[in-house]
Design a protein around this ligand. Structure first.
Ligand SMILES: [Mg+2]
Length: 269
């Protein structure tokens, strides 16, 4: 496993490329995991360094499974680009806009939430309707393994839910439209839009794997070089480590890394 702080020379090389973009996940990456999504807060140090970086870099973006308006309120750094609902929704000019094809899914998501409603009577399970995606949380369950099984069997029993993309995350199950839009396509879109020559992606969970893989795709271009960094925690799915270039140990290490970046970002002449 390659620990980020043992390879700062390589990262420094990428950081010199211009235009450069820093793209980060939110929960579990710049925000400690909390008992409920509402209780999570972005680390004030991360916010401070992201704000410094956004005034020096071509792009600083946050991509999250949360709805975009929520991501923007949570991170709260002006000048950053916010993408929510796993890439389906983007914050632009003071309002959240859906990618065109995502619109069709909001009705289906509503009926999925209705079909899965019986799950709400199980202790510790909550269903979050995010418009074009659904997250079923079980962090508060006294028996998480049992809760996970109950959720998966309810999903399997619902024709509507079954047809969605099912992603098992940390103490949560995400149901996403089965279209090819995810954190990876969102990141590739940003690389193209900002004509990036260098980039770093930070993430901690299974939905970030799409972005990790997309970074490898982007690296096939001779004009682009990017790294992926996985944030380790006791809850981190093992599969994740195999997908990243480097690792950091928890949100406190992300704070240190963003501080290092803000001190080492090339200054404009
Ligand atoms: Mg996360």
């Amino acid at each position: 496993m390659a620990y980020t702080f043992n390879h700062l020379d390589l990262i420094q090389e990428v950081l010199r490329k211009s235009p450069f973009g820093l793209i980060t996940d939110v929960d579990g990456t710049i925000s400690q995991t909390a008992p409920t999504p509402q209780a999570a807060r972005v680390s004030p140090l991360c916010r401070r360094y992201l704000s410094i970086l956004s005034s020096h870099l071509a792009l600083v973006a946050a991509i999250s499974g949360r709805p975009t308006a929520q991501v923007r309120n949570m991170v709260g750094v002006d000048g950053m680009v916010y993408i929510g609902n796993h890439g389906l929704e983007r914050w632009a000019e003071n309002h959240a806009g859906l990618s065109n094809s995502a619109h069709d899914y909001s009705r289906a998501i509503k009926s999925v939430v209705e079909e899965l409603t019986p799950l709400r009577s199980i202790e510790g399970i909550s269903i979050e309707n995010k418009g074009v995606t659904v997250t079923i949380h079980y962090r508060l369950s006294p028996e998480p393994k049992v809760a996970e099984r109950e959720i998966l069997s309810a999903v399997a029993a619902s024709a509507q839910a079954r047809s969605l993309r099912i992603i098992k995350g940390k103490m949560a199950i995400d149901l996403l439209p089965s279209m090819e839009v995810h954190k990876g396509t969102a990141m590739l879109g940003l690389i193209q839009e900002y004509n990036l020559h260098g980039g770093i992606y930070l993430g901690d969970d299974l939905t970030d794997i799409d972005a990790f893989r997309a970074m490898h795709t982007a690296n096939r271009s001779p004009t682009f070089r990017g790294f992926t960094i996985g944030i380790l925690s006791s809850e981190m799915p093992e599969r994740l480590v195999a997908e990243v270039d480097f690792t950091l140990n928890g949100v406190s290490d992300v704070e240190r890394f963003l501080r290092w970046m803000s001190q080492n970002v090339p200054q404009p002449n």
